[in-house]
Design a protein around this ligand. Structure first.
Ligand SMILES: [Zn+2]
Length: 298
């Protein structure tokens, strides 16, 4: 692969000396070569798609992460124009709680320490209103600008500015989902399903109560209430999808029946058009399928 890219880059350099040629170090091309070197006008974009994102790339004990960091260091030694394509959402379940906020600055710092010159944080890109989308966008921008910016300050200042009096409850929710993957050492790729152990029914019951407090706290402010309701669809989605798999399991079954209508009402105002990367969402079909699974009379 690199042999071909170098040949193309050589030809490009003759005619366009100020241009660069980019290639991916992705899956089967990810390992750096033993002896070959990228030409100076070649950009290598290293992709972290196989990794766990519940823990910092360099600290997680998963083989996938250990190998990625090895490849990162390998490319850093032989390439002056190393970029990274990194992943920051669940691509099969855009709405699912995805506790990766605490690793975001660690990972960007790791890239910077290894002389990475460009970082692409691939988030949900083809629909608005995925899991805590506004907060995620803020965190990405903040840490790309300054990877040493304090994580708690970044999260809190956004929550206070965007959710007002609901902020403390949403912060407690964020801590609850992040504490679980940290304390139980639960790993999480970018395709985890709602039944993955990073979530439990108990955790979702607690999360639901916190989001209810958040809603109650801003009930007299239409703008903030709308934002909180849209933020809450993430936990509602997890409740409904877990109940779909085990429709008789209490207390989640009752909670799912209670949250069904508020979820679809908030989904409507959210403007969400996809719940996974590859398919457009057909709300009517999704709603009737879920109603059937939950045995709701419609
Ligand atoms: Zn991990």
């Amino acid at each position: 692969m690199l042999f071909l890219v170098n040949r193309v880059a050589e030809a490009v350099a003759e005619k366009y000396p100020d241009k660069a040629v980019e290639t991916l170090a992705y899956q089967w091309t990810r390992k750096p070569p033993k002896t070959m070197r990228p030409r100076p006008n070649v950009i290598i974009r290293l992709c972290s798609i196989e990794c766990c994102f519940a823990h910092p790339l360099a600290e997680c004990d998963q083989e996938a992460n250990r190998r990625f960091v090895e490849d990162l260091r390998g490319w850093a030694r032989i390439c002056d124009r190393l970029w990274v394509w990194n992943y920051v959402t669940d691509f099969r379940h855009y709405l699912l709680p995805f506790p990766n906020l605490r690793v975001r600055n660690d990972n960007i710092r790791l890239f910077a320490e290894n002389h990475v010159r460009g970082v692409f944080e691939q988030d949900t890109y083809n629909t608005p209103s995925s899991e805590l989308a506004a907060l995620n966008g803020y965190i990405t921008a903040k840490f790309l600008w300054n990877p040493d910016y304090d994580e708690d300050t970044a999260i809190n200042e956004f929550l206070e500015g965007y959710y007002g009096k609901a902020a403390p409850f949403i912060r407690r929710y964020i801590d609850a989902i992040h504490d679980r993957v940290a304390e139980e050492n639960i790993h999480m790729t970018i395709w985890v399903p709602p039944t993955h152990p990073h979530l439990t029914d108990e955790l979702l019951v607690e999360a639901d109560a916190l989001w209810q407090h958040a809603e109650d706290a801003v009930r007299d402010d239409a703008v903030l209430l709308r934002r909180v309701r849209i933020g809450r669809i993430s936990v509602d989605y997890a409740i409904l999808e877990r109940a779909r798999v085990a429709p008789a399991a209490e207390p989640l079954a009752s909670l799912a029946r209670k949250r069904f209508e508020p979820f679809f009402a908030a989904l409507k105002i959210s403007g969400l058009t996809r719940i996974r990367e590859w398919n457009e969402l057909n709300v009517d079909e999704y709603r009737s399928g879920l109603a059937r699974a939950l045995k709701l009379d419609e």
